[in-house]
Structures are given as C-alpha cells and as structure tokens.
Design a protein. Structure first.
Length: 319
C-alpha cells in the first residue's frame, strides 16, 4: 500500500507541466538602439535597429534617420512589422549603415514619439550608441613588397628581335619614300599644267598712297569724310605691310596692343597719326569754324601720312 502511494505521487510529479514565462509590459514605453556586435569593419554594411517597447494598442510615429553620422553612411531606413504580444508590442525600425572611416564613433541620440490609444503623444529619448570601425588589414593584408620583374622562359629570351626591328625600319622607310615620290609627282604636274598667270600684285605702299590721295581729293569739299578715309587708309596699309590686323581696333586699343616686331619703331608714329585724325573725325560737322579749321589742317596731316608710307617702305621695293 505504501509503495503504491509513492508511485502515484511520483507519476503526478512527472506529468506536471513546466511553468510558462509571462512577459510583463513596462510601466512606460522604452526605446533603445541595438547593433550586435557594435563593431564594424571598414566598408562593411550592417543593420542597426531602433527598438521601441510599448503597451498594447500603442503606435510609434515614423522616425527620420540622421542625415550625418560620423564614420557611417546611412543607406536606408525601413519600419519592420510590429511584434504584437499579449502584454507588449515591439516596434522595430531597421537602419542600414555602412562604415566609411576608421575609429570610435557614436551614433547620435534620437527622439521617438509614441502615440497612446487615447491620442496622447509621449516623446522618448533614445541614448546614443557607441560604434567602433576597425581595419580589415589583419584579415586581408595589403602587399608591402613590390612585384618583381617578370621573368620570361629561357626559350623566349633566346628569340632574336633584331629581325622584327629591321623589317619595321624597312617598312617605315618605304612609306616615307612613297610619300616623297607622290609629292614630287604632284609638284611636277602642277608646274606642267599650271593656271594662267594672274595680274601683277600691287605693292602695299602703292595702294596706301592711292588711298591717301583719294582722301586728299575730298579734303576740301568733305573734310570729315576725308579724315575718316585717311584713318582707314593708314590701317589698311599697316595690315598689308606688316603681319597684323588693326582694321577692327580703336586707337585706344592700338595704344595698348603689342606691335609686330617688324613695326616696333614705326608703331608710335602710326598711332600718333591715328590720334590726330581722330581729333578731326569726331568734331561737330555742323560747326563752320570747325570745318574751316579742319580744311586748313588736313593738307599737313595727309602729307604726314604720305611721309609715313614713304619712310616705312624699303627703297628696293619702290624701285
């Protein structure tokens, strides 16, 4: 009888179920940052979670990820499905981060807003999370010694290269000879079948003196037009005589322009003549006194332009 009672008690003890763990909801909502482990390798992508634990029927407003975190790049922020239990709700937001700098950093503190069923909103402060970014050199070391010269097999080293070099040189010389021969034939053909000679080219000093004479012919009846024509004639002469283009430049611009080497000594005289012509070109044309004074001065000014052309032309060109 005693044995039967003991066996019954033992059987009842073995059939008793294990106690069930019941999680109790916190008195107030709580939030924290979680990343395991809190150590990243340079360039590694990891997930950092913002975990908020609230009583049931509470919601968490969307969280904006920080824009600038030292040592990390924020790649994405995504709200995870809410884990609903009988005594608590767990809200998670996954932040994808990538390590970009070595050292110890701190993910900044944040603020989370929790909304109760009755419409009340409570702000939760989230503490900062220390994160360390380490190097990958211990696992993937860089090469610290230079690569040596590439050694060819002995059979390739014995292959002579002078034959290839000689063939290349002969081919290059043949191409140069063909080009020279083609140019010579073209030159001979152009000399044999040439165009009829054109009219002789008039010298620049002859054209210059003709332009000055044309301005002189109008100096009495139209002195202002004569001054403008003389200024243009001097500019055209300088353009023909020297390798320069002065037709489209003002006198002030010509003063600051560096003259051609061949016209260095003539340039100040040329600019001075243009300045003297400008004084008459821009006077009021309706003033009778100005017109009379201009008519009297134009003869001497045009003589100076003629003298400039004579002095700047070598004697052998005028012969």
């Amino acid at each position: 009888m005693f044995l039967w009672t003991a066996l019954s008690l033992g059987s009842a003890a073995c059939n008793e179920s294990a106690p069930t763990v019941q999680y109790v909801a916190p008195a107030h909502p709580r939030a924290t940052l979680v990343m395991e482990p809190p150590q990243l390798r340079i360039g590694q992508v990891a997930t950092l979670e913002l975990v908020v634990v609230t009583p049931p029927e509470h919601s968490v407003r969307p969280v904006a990820a920080p824009t600038d975190v030292p040592g990390l790049w924020i790649l994405a922020a995504e709200a995870q499905p809410v884990s609903k239990e009988s005594t608590r709700w767990i809200h998670r937001t996954a932040l994808r981060v990538r390590a970009r700098s070595l050292g110890a950093f701190t993910f900044p503190a944040m603020s989370v807003e929790v909304e109760a069923p009755d419409g009340g909103v409570a702000a939760l402060a989230v503490d900062a999370l220390p994160i360390e970014v380490v190097s990958i050199l211990p696992e993937i070391p860089d090469r610290i010694t230079p690569y040596g010269p590439r050694r060819f097999p002995p059979t390739q080293m014995r292959t002579p290269i002078w034959g290839s070099a000689a063939a290349g040189a002969i081919g290059a010389l043949a191409i140069v000879g063909l080009v020279a021969l083609a140019r010579r034939q073209r030159r001979l053909g152009s000399e044999t079948v040439g165009a009829a000679p054109g009219p002789p080219v008039t010298a620049s000093w002859v054209l210059g003196k003709q332009d000055i004479q044309s301005a002189r012919d109008r100096s009495t009846s139209h002195p202002f037009e004569a001054a403008a024509a003389a200024s243009l004639a001097m500019r055209r002469y300088m353009t023909r005589r020297y390798p320069c283009s002065v037709t489209g430049l003002t006198t002030q611009e010509l003063v600051e322009t560096t003259p051609p080497f061949a016209a260095t000594s003539r340039w100040p005289v040329f600019v001075n003549l243009l300045e003297r012509l400008d004084r008459f070109r821009f006077l009021p044309p309706d003033d009778p006194g100005v017109r009379e004074r201009l008519t009297e001065s134009m003869c001497a000014l045009l003589d100076a332009c003629d003298a400039f052309i004579e002095n700047s032309t070598p004697p052998e060109e005028r012969s």
